[in-house]
Each structure stands twice: as structure tokens, then as C-alpha cells.
Design a protein around this ligand. Structure first.
Ligand code: GCB
Length: 650
């Protein structure tokens, strides 16, 4: 909620200026003998533009001088959301442009060696961002969950400066064409609201945190450099197949050497040139957590570029972790490495405490420790792409990911039009470009709970799904539905039916006894209509930690447990037929907009927002370890892993 007339208008003219076709790669910046990086995390200067038009910053060109010269600034931690770190309620709910700035001192070799390319990389800026370096416009980006970059070599190498001033203006306004969509609602009844009063309406159930949510950094490459790598893998008997494609920028005359190293650092295969296939005899496959004695085996793909340039010979090195595995879907199974895989996992949010959606190492490690404690083998990135560091840990720990784009809250007819569709296609391009090489990612999800029964939804999802498949032939594609099976116009195009349902929560309040029948009907209807594997992609109950009531009543820990148990009875029958997974809603409590149905946020977590277990966490832990034993093809291997960790079965 905010005052002023035009946060939305202020965003409008800038929004559609960016080119549609993606250019270049988005490799994660890693250090190597030819590459350096400099983190810009820490305290930045910050100022929200509270002017009525929200455009004062542009009118007064705040990017031209140090931000503090434009008026009072706050200290703002990066990464973090700006909403919850101050004591200012107006800032918490601010809609419009906010300004971030910091100075970065640069090593001399970056500013004086013309063979060095200096890149500014922003992990995520929610939602729309404009970037200046030393007052010069260098980048614009739409979308709050994917990285973008600017080559700033010329700027930092053009003068005597040994530092640069980075200014980033960010607008969190959502429109019917953004992802996720939103609308600005002007309240014009002057007997109730002050002049110019407006609110941001959203159709999704999490707080629209904003700011610089992920690491911001500078990194270098030589001016002839490895721009992108695409790896896909296959398996033939015992031999692993690693197909690679390497894209080079900055030189037409180059050689590429590619080596694959095993976990001990031994070279197991080699290749030359920009594309090829390497064969790995007796390959160690990448297996999900708990599915194999040695899960998550990673090789390293070392790429070495030797290029001739006007400035002389140059070398660039990049190392990419590679997991060799296959993914396939049949009429009733989800196969990893040819073996049936059952998703026993969670839905998450990037959400915690005062940092909002800001990336945080302790939280990352705590969450993965909890996932392993729970015996979870998978999660969905509900409802937007998570930080790259999260995806890397999934590769390392063997946690399987359904990678979801920010297509949540697509409910208005307007949000199915061409403008929205074009943007959705572009977001899928950015997502696939960023996450295509993660073995942990086994499926793309293009949306959550859209109004897929509306007439234009058929063409819309047909197009988005076909586009995603064209970008990546190696993974299935889905979206998550809550529509009726007879009315859903997008379902014909998905590979796996993912359905959300909240029996005995959003209706039949308190009547746990009807869950069995309703859930069974749900599964049978969907399967009869489509003959595709089904994942129960959400189910759960709002639960206030510490509320107890027996016999169970809604909101108590006992009710959450009993509701889950009712679901599990049916899941245990149907997983023998065609149900291939269950993902609880939600891993942890999270913040939402204020409403009479949300007590300080959504409380359907099995952990609190502080990551402490509710009773249901123990119930689920017992179930997930048991499922791991029953569904793993390497039965005894899993038992070995369980010993000493889960006291429940041994
Ligand atoms: C859903 C949504 C999720 C909500 C959840 C709930 O169906 O996909 O974003 O948070 O229900 O708790 O209502």
C-alpha cells in the first residue's frame, strides 16, 4: 500500500524496451587461472523515491552523483529484501522505484589491461532494474529471479579512475504482464481514501519482497572467452555419454580442449573443438539422495580456450560440474537412470526472517540439513527460480528439483495475451539458459495454478511448453494445476500431471474423514483422462506451532498430522499404480500479504519460519525414510545410510 499516483505509470514506458531474443550465455562466475571475481555484498547506500510520481530520482538524475548528495540515504544490506530491515512501515509496503548504490575499488590490472573483460553481474533484482556505472547506463532487466550482466570493461578502462560507482534503480511494481502478474488498484472514493491512493493487488500467496536478493559481483575474463557451455548426458549400458557444446566470444581463431575429470581428479575422457561427445566407460551415474549408495556423483568438465586476438594470444579456463544421468517419463512412471523414481519431498520458498528473500549461506545449509534429516529427495522451486547456489547444492547432495519459473498468479484474462506470452517465453529462455547444466533439475514447471480453464489458456500453455521443449529436449515439462480435470486446457500438453488439492482445509472444514474418497476420485479422474504419471504437488494444513487439540481441530499440530495421514493412505495405494510423487505444502512457514486468513503469514510449514519442527515434521520424516527404503532399487544401500540417523525403523 502506498500514496502517490504513478508507481505503475512510472514503470510502464520502460518495461517493454528490452530485446526478446537472448544473446550470450550466463555461466556462473567461477574463479580460474584466467578469471577473478570480486564480491560486492555488504552495505549499500539506499533511498526509496517517496515522491508522488516516484520519478524524482529520474528527474534529478540521482545516478549522476553519489546518492547521498541527492538526499538522506539508509544503509541497506545486500543481499536482502529492503522491506523488513528498517523500522519504517511505509518502506515495508513501498511500491515504486528504490535506489541502491555502492563504490567498488578495482585492482589495477582490471583497469589497465585491455585484454581483460570486466563484467558486472547481478544475481537477482526484484522486479525491474536499471543499472548505471559512473553515471552511464549499462543495463536494464525485467524479472526478479534470474541473473543479468553488463560488460563494463570500456567504462572502467577509459580513465584514470581506480574505482567505479554502481547505481541500481529497482521497481517492484507488478502489472498484468509481468511474471508474476499483479495490478495497481487506485482507490478513488475520496470519502474513504486520500487523493492518489493506490494498492498493489496480487494473486499469489507470498509477500512480494523486493530489492537485491542475491549476490552482486564483478568478475573478469580475457576478451576472448568461453561464453557458454551446454552439456547433456546419456547412458549406454555401462558407458556414460557426455555431449558438450562450447560457445566462444571475442575471437574467430581459437582452439578448444575439453577434458572430463572424475571425482578423484583423474582424466577419464577428452575432446577437441566446440562440440562433441565423450564416452566414459564404467561411468558413475548421478543418483538422487537415498536412491543409491553413492548418490550425486559429479565429474568436472574442464574447458580450455586458446585464442588468437588482435591483442595477442589468450587463454581462458572454465570448469563445470557434470552429473551423468538420464530422465524419462512413461505412462505411469518417472524414470531416473531407467529406474522408477518417487518424489518424496517438499515445496519451498526463499523466505526467512528480516532478510526476506535475501540469499543467506547459514539458511541455505540449515535447509539442506533439514531436507536430509527429513529424508526428502526432492523439492519444487515454488513459485520462482531459486538462487544458483541452491541449485549447486542440489547437484552436490542429490536433491532432485522441479524447476519452476515465476508463472504464479496468472489468473486474469489479460495475463494470457500476447504481451504476457512473449515475456513468459523469454523468462523460460533465461531459466533454461541458467539451469540447463544442473543434473538435479529433472523437470521444468512453467506455472503454478493458472486459470487454465480460461479459453486462451490452451494456446498459451501449448506455446510455452513447446518453446521450453525446443530449448531443452532432455527434460519433461509441466505446470501445476488446481483446475478441474475436465476443464483444464493446458493439461494435454504436460508430460506429468501435477495437481494441488487442499481437502478438509479450504472446504469440508474439519472433516478429515472425506479426504480418502475425494483424493481417490481426484487421482482416478486425472489418470483416466490422460494416462500420465501424477504428482501430488501440494497438500497441507495451516498449523500454528504450539497449538494442540485432541481430537484434532483446525490449526492445531494434531490436525496437520491427521490430515497428512489421510492423504498418505491414498498415496500409498496409488503410488503402486501411477502416482509418482508427493510434495508437502510447505517446508517452512513464510510471509504473505496481510489478510484475515493469514496469521502473520502462511503457516502450513512443517517447520516454523525459524526452522524448528512441528509435530508433522516427525511424521513426515518417518514416512520419507520408509519410502526411501521401499522405493529405492538399492535397498540395502539406503538402509546403510539410514543407520544411526533415523531411529524409527532399525
Ligand atoms: C496453493 C498455492 C500456494 C499457497 C497454498 C495455500 O494452492 O499454490 O502458493 O500458498 O495454496 O497455502 O493456500
Amino acid at each position: 500500500m502506498a500514496r502517490g499516483w504513478a508507481a505503475w505509470a512510472a514503470l510502464g514506458p520502460l518495461l517493454w524496451g528490452c530485446a526478446l531474443a537472448l544473446q550470450g550465455g550466463m555461466l556462473y562466475p567461477r574463479e580460474s587461472p584466467s578469471r577473478e571475481r570480486k564480491a560486492l555484498d555488504g552495505l549499500w547506500s539506499f533511498r526509496a523515491d517517496f515522491s508522488d510520481s516516484r520519478r524524482q530520482g529520474f528527474e534529478q538524475q540521482w545516478y549522476r552523483r553519489p546518492l547521498r548528495e541527492s538526499g538522506p540515504v539508509l544503509d541497506m544490506p545486500v543481499p536482502s529484501s529492503f522491506n523488513d530491515v528498517s523500522q519504517d512501515g511505509q518502506l515495508r509496503n513501498f511500491i515504486g522505484w528504490v535506489w541502491y548504490e555502492r563504490e567498488a575499488a578495482l585492482p589495477q590490472r582490471w583497469t589497465q589491461d585491455l585484454g581483460t573483460r570486466v563484467v558486472l553481474r547481478i544475481g537477482s533484482a526484484h522486479y525491474y532494474a536499471i543499472v548505471w556505472v559512473n553515471g552511464v547506463h549499462v543495463a536494464e532487466h525485467e524479472g526478479g529471479h534470474l541473473p543479468f550482466e553488463a560488460d563494463i570493461s570500456k567504462l572502467v578502462q577509459s580513465g584514470p579512475l581506480s574505482s567505479c560507482r554502481i547505481t541500481i534503480a529497482i521497481n517492484n511494481t507488478l502489472t498484468p504482464h509481468t511474471l508474476p502478474p499483479g495490478t495497481i488498484l487506485y482507490k478513488t472514493d475520496t470519502s474513504k481514501y486520500p487523493k492518489g491512493y493506490f494498492v498493489q493487488n496480487i494473486n499469489f500467496d507470498f509477500f512480494n519482497y523486493a530489492g537485491l536478493h542475491r549476490p552482486v559481483l564483478l568478475y573478469t575474463t580475457p576478451t576472448a572467452y568461453i561464453d557458454d557451455i551446454t552439456v547433456t548426458t546419456g547412458v549406454d549400458q555401462n558407458t556414460g555419454l557426455v555431449n558438450y557444446q562450447v560457445f566462444v566470444q571475442g575471437s574467430e581463431h581459437f582452439e578448444l580442449e575439453v577434458r572430463l575429470l572424475d571425482a578423484e581428479g583423474k582424466v577419464v575422457a577428452q575432446g577437441m573443438g566446440g562440440r562433441g561427445q565423450m564416452q566414459v566407460p564404467s561411468a558413475h551415474l548421478w543418483w538422487p539422495y537415498l536412491m543409491h549408495e553413492h548418490p550425486a556423483y559429479l565429474y568436472s568438465l574442464e574447458v580450455r580456450l586458446t585464442a588468437q586476438t588482435g591483442a595477442g594470444p589468450m587463454s581462458d579456463f572454465y570448469t563445470l560440474p557434470v552429473g551423468i544421468r538420464t530422465v524419462a517419463v512413461t505412462e505411469n512412471q518417472f524414470l531416473i537412470n531407467g529406474k522408477p523414481f518417487y518424489f518424496h519431498g517438499v515445496n519451498k520458498h526463499e523466505d526467512a526472517d528480516i532478510r526476506g528473500k535475501g540469499f543467506d549461506w547459514p539458511l541455505l545449509v540449515k535447509d539442506f540439513n533439514l531436507l536430509r534429516w527429513l529424508g526428502a529427495n526432492s523439492f519444487r522451486t515454488s513459485h520462482y527460480p531459486y538462487a544458483e547456489e541452491v541449485m549447486q547444492l542440489c547437484d552436490q547432495y542429490g536433491i532432485v528439483v522441479i524447476d519452476e519459473c515465476p508463472g504464479v498468479g496468472i489468473v486474469l484474462l489479460q495475463s494470457f495475451g500476447n504481451t504476457s506470452l512473449q515475456h513468459h517465453l523469454e523468462v523460460m529462455e533465461e531459466l533454461v539458459r541458467r539451469d540447463k547444466n544442473h543434473p538435479a533439475v529433472v523437470m521444468w514447471s512453467v506455472a503454478n495454478e493458472p486459470t487454465s480453464y480460461l479459453k486462451p489458456a490452451g494456446y498459451y500453455f501449448k506455446t510455452v511448453i513447446a518453446h521450453t521443449k525446443a530449448l531443452d529436449h532432455s527434460r519433461p515439462v509441466t505446470f501445476v494445476t488446481s483446475s478441474n480435470y475436465t476443464a483444464d486446457l493446458g493439461a494435454p500438453y504436460v508430460d506429468v500431471i501435477c495437481v494441488n488439492s487442499y481437502y478438509s482445509w479450504y472446504h469440508d472444514f474439519g472433516h478429515l474423514e472425506v479426504i480418502g474418497l475425494q483424493l481417490q476420485t481426484q487421482f482416478e479422474n486425472w489418470y483416466r483422462a490422460y494416462q500420465k504419471p501424477i504428482i501430488q504437488s501440494e497438500y497441507g494444513a495451516e498449523t500454528i506451532a504450539g497449538f494442540h487439540q485432541d481430537p484434532p481441530l483446525m490449526f492445531s499440530e494434531e490436525y496437520q498430522k491427521s490430515l497428512l495421514e489421510q492423504y498418505h493412505l491414498v498415496l500409498d495405494q496409488k503410488r503402486k499404480e501411477y502416482v509418482v510423487g508427493e510434495l508437502i505444502w510447505n517446508f517452512a512457514d513464510f510471509m504473505t500479504n496481510q489478510s484475515p486468513t493469514r496469521a502473520m503469514g502462511n503457516k502450513k510449514g512443517i517447520f516454523t519460519r525459524q526452522r524448528q519442527p512441528k509435530g508433522a515434521a516427525f511424521l513426515l520424516r518417518e514416512r520419507y525414510w520408509k519410502l526411501a527404503n521401499e522405493t529405492s532399487p538399492h535397498h540395502s544401500a539406503v538402509k546403510m545410510q539410514c543407520l544411526g540417523r533415523s531411529p524409527f525403523f532399525f
